[in-house]
Every structure is written in structure tokens, then in C-alpha cells.
Design a protein around this ligand. Structure first.
Ligand SMILES: C[S@@+](CC[C@H](N)C(=O)[O-])C[C@H]1O[C@@H](n2cnc3c(N)ncnc32)[C@H](O)[C@@H]1O
Length: 279
């Protein structure tokens, strides 16, 4: 039964047609949080909608309405708690890994789960992996759990996300995972020349950190670089990324370009795998 059916008789037909057909649920069978977009025209009915959602999905203890796009350095959103428990910390399970997360304080996107598995699938036995912008640790944890990496280090600027990343490594019993609190630019310096692979999941401004990532690599290695691009800007973004790495005197080429997720009309979150060779 859809949310619209649950609201039948409570909203007019016109209002019903505007009720969102999809929303995100983060958490597990015991406790979860629903995150929903409610159009301005239905804001007066937000409580009815939230209550219907909680009736339909018994695990949902809190309903958050998105109030802004992702913004700021931490890439969080503003939310309004429409109904339920103000404590929105939940335990989410992805690819057999457990993640404690509070969407109100930290970035987490379950839509990126397949991408995390794809990256884990590329990691070879014994590799040392660096994850810049590591958030609550989903790349670190999935890589450590699904590959035979020797070490998976993360660097993250949001102290709340660092707290969750450390908890998540512990919850999943992963001794190979370490999270450093701070700015990837400064904190990465002590890992120069030590990594086989750097993952860079900050598509808005990751390009500014490409040289820091390249410096973390051993004599050769791979950077998984994310950015936003449309058909027109894809080539430009690729060239910009290669130029940043080559400006250090390193060899660089793109071995894979992938559209990871749609981001807007004809805009994609893209990944370029950049093979780097230090001469
Ligand atoms: C798009 S989120 C990705 C988080 C995580 N990797 C994931 O996939 O869920 C980007 C993260 O980068 C962090 N961040 C932004 N600038 C940073 C910097 N200069 N150094 C370290 N972390 C940074 C933000 O706090 C945020 O948690």
C-alpha cells in the first residue's frame, strides 16, 4: 500500500496527487527515520502525512522533512522534525555492515551503497587505502569488510562524523580501519608515499585536493575521484583532474569513467579512476 492510499479520505484528490511517491528510510526494523520532501502546497498537511507514514512503516520513529539542499563544508541538510522522536540516531545495515548514524548531524547516503561495493571490489590484497572526506566511515567499513586491504585510513573534518566512523569500525570489528580528525589537506601529509589507492568522495570541491591525494600514493597507485558533470563538462573535468596530478610531474591517465548516480537534469555524479605513476 502506498503512502497515498494511506492518506485516502484525509486529503483531497488534488492534494493526494502531490504526495511524494518516494522517500528515504534509514535505520532497521526496530528504529528508523523517514526523510521526505513535502511540497510547499502540502506543508499545512505535513503532520497528517508524517503520521500516515508512521502508520504504514511501523519501524519509523521520526519523520524529517528536507528543508534545504546539502550545504556547507559538512554537506549536511537542514531538516524539520515533523513527527516522532527528536533522537534520530539509528543503526542502518548496508551490505552486511552496520552503521550508526544521525542524518541530522552527518552526511550519509544509502543510495551510494552499490558504488561502495564497486570500489571495494577493485581493492587488491594487502593494499593500504586512504579515504579523504570519510564521513561516518561507509567507504572505509565496506572496503575493510569486503576486501583484503591491509589498512583503511579515513580523514574527516566533522567531529560528529569522526565519532560515528570510529564507532562503526568498532561495531563491525575492523581493526584495520583508522579515522583521523581534521582537514584532508593537512592531515594527509603524514601519509605521503604510503597508499596504494585514494578515494575522494567530495564531488563539489574534491578537485582542490587532487594533488594532496596524488602525494599520498606510493610509486604508483589509483585515485577514485568524484565530481559533478554533464555531457558537455565531462571532458573538461577529466582534463582538469589530470592536469592537477600532472602538475606535480607525475604521469596520470584515466582508466575508467563512470556515471555513478543522477544528480540533476542531465547532470551526473561521476567517478574518474586516475592511474598515477611517479617518475
Ligand atoms: C559528501 S560527504 C561524504 C561522506 C562519506 N565519504 C560518505 O560517502 O558517506 C563529504 C564529507 O567530507 C567532509 N569534508 C569536507 N571537507 C573536508 C576536508 N577538507 N577534510 C576532511 N573532510 C572534509 C564533510 O564533513 C563530509 O562528511
Amino acid at each position: 500500500m502506498t503512502l497515498r492510499k494511506e492518506l485516502h479520505g484525509l486529503l483531497s484528490m488534488k492534494e493526494l496527487s502531490m504526495v511524494p511517491s518516494s522517500f528515504d528510510i534509514l535505520g532497521n526494523r526496530e528504529k528508523s527515520v523517514a526523510i521526505i520532501d513535502i511540497p510547499d502546497s502540502l506543508k499545512g498537511k505535513k503532520l497528517l502525512i508524517a503520521e500516515a507514514l508512521m502508520r504504514k512503516h511501523k519501524s519509523v520513529r521520526s519523520v524529517l522533512m528536507r528543508m534545504s539542499a546539502r550545504k556547507g563544508v559538512f554537506r549536511n541538510r537542514e531538516y524539520e522534525l515533523v513527527a516522532g522522536d527528536p533522537d534520530t540516531e539509528v543503526m542502518h545495515v548496508e551490505s552486511g555492515c552496520r552503521f550508526l548514524v544521525d542524518p541530522q548531524t552527518c552526511y550519509f547516503s544509502q543510495r551510494e551503497s552499490a558504488e561502495r561495493l564497486r570500489i571495494a571490489g577493485k581493492v587488491k590484497k594487502g593494499e593500504s587505502i586512504m579515504v579523504f572526506f570519510s564521513g561516518v566511515g561507509p567507504f572505509q567499513v565496506v572496503i575493510a569488510k569486503k576486501s583484503k586491504a591491509r589498512k583503511v585510513i579515513g580523514i574527516e573534518l566533522n567531529d560528529k562524523a569522526v565519532y560515528y566512523a570510529r564507532e562503526n569500525a568498532r561495531l563491525n570489528r575492523l581493526d584495520s580501519v583508522e579515522t583521523v580528525f581534521g582537514d584532508a589537506r593537512h592531515e594527509s601529509a603524514r601519509f605521503h608515499g604510503k597508499c596504494d589507492r585514494v578515494v575522494m568522495p567530495l564531488p563539489e570541491s574534491g578537485v582542490e585536493y587532487l594533488q594532496d591525494a596524488a602525494l599520498c600514493l606510493k610509486k604508483k597507485g589509483v585515485i577514485h575521484f568524484y565530481c559533478f558533470a554533464d555531457e558537455k563538462s565531462e571532458g573538461e573535468m577529466k582534463e582538469r583532474a589530470l592536469k592537477a596530478v600532472r602538475s606535480l610531474g607525475f604521469g596520470a591517465s584515466v582508466s575508467e569513467s563512470r556515471k555513478v548516480l543522477p544528480y540533476g537534469p542531465r547532470i551526473w555524479k561521476m567517478r574518474f579512476d586516475i592511474e598515477v605513476k611517479k617518475r
